[in-house]
Design a protein around this ligand. Sequence first.
Ligand SMILES: C[S@@+](CC[C@H](N)C(=O)[O-])C[C@H]1O[C@@H](n2cnc3c(N)ncnc32)[C@H](O)[C@@H]1O
Length: 207
Amino acid sequence: MSKADQYARKAAGWSDAEYADAHAYLDHRAQLVASLGTRLEPGDEVLDLACGDGGLGAFMLERELRYTGVDAQAEMVDAARRRLGEHAAIEAGDLNTYEPGRPVAATTVFRAIYYAHDRAAFFTRLAGFTEKKLVFDLNPRQYRLDDVLAELRAAGFPRVELRPFFVPQTRRLPAPAIGLLRAAELAGPLARLALRVRFTYIVAALR
Ligand SMILES: C[S@@+](CC[C@H](N)C(=O)[O-])C[C@H]1O[C@@H](n2cnc3c(N)ncnc32)[C@H](O)[C@@H]1O
């Protein structure tokens, strides 16, 4: 079965099936989107490319941000529209070509940066319509961080803030353990050690 067929089959209920504790995971992701680097203000628009079923959307809306989701898969677009209703705009589109037609405060790309055919060109295109920051996740064992940072600088994102993201995707933990992991994200060398074997960075590339 192709990857696209797999996404189509899993679209309904994607976030709840994909994240053991979807609330803890997506709320923390949203908190970093809003606060890492340049802070987003109420009314700012977040464009979420490869949005899946729009699971991040509710957590952006509750922070008084506007949310537009874009996904290539029709079933994901339907699932996101069902989830968010009239509170958000959800469009079908390919992240390699999608243009919002207006500037947005922030563009996000989660668990999908590998769908960019030419990552450097992708970053340059996003810089053309992203006013404050681009936020995405990056597995440092899959990509050389220095390469990605150089591409971001060349694209027009001169500053980058990195934050380890330690809320687990596939394990539900008690709230105190989540609190400890979130605190550990700020523990410099220890956090970098953990990233050698597991977890990802959240990258905020700033305009
Ligand atoms: C691993 S899921 C991540 C979904 C969501 N961002 C999340 O973090 O839960 C990858 C998503 O990328 C979408 N996708 C794959 N290729 C794409 C493309 N070229 N343009 C836009 N979306 C794409 C898939 O349909 C799927 O919804």
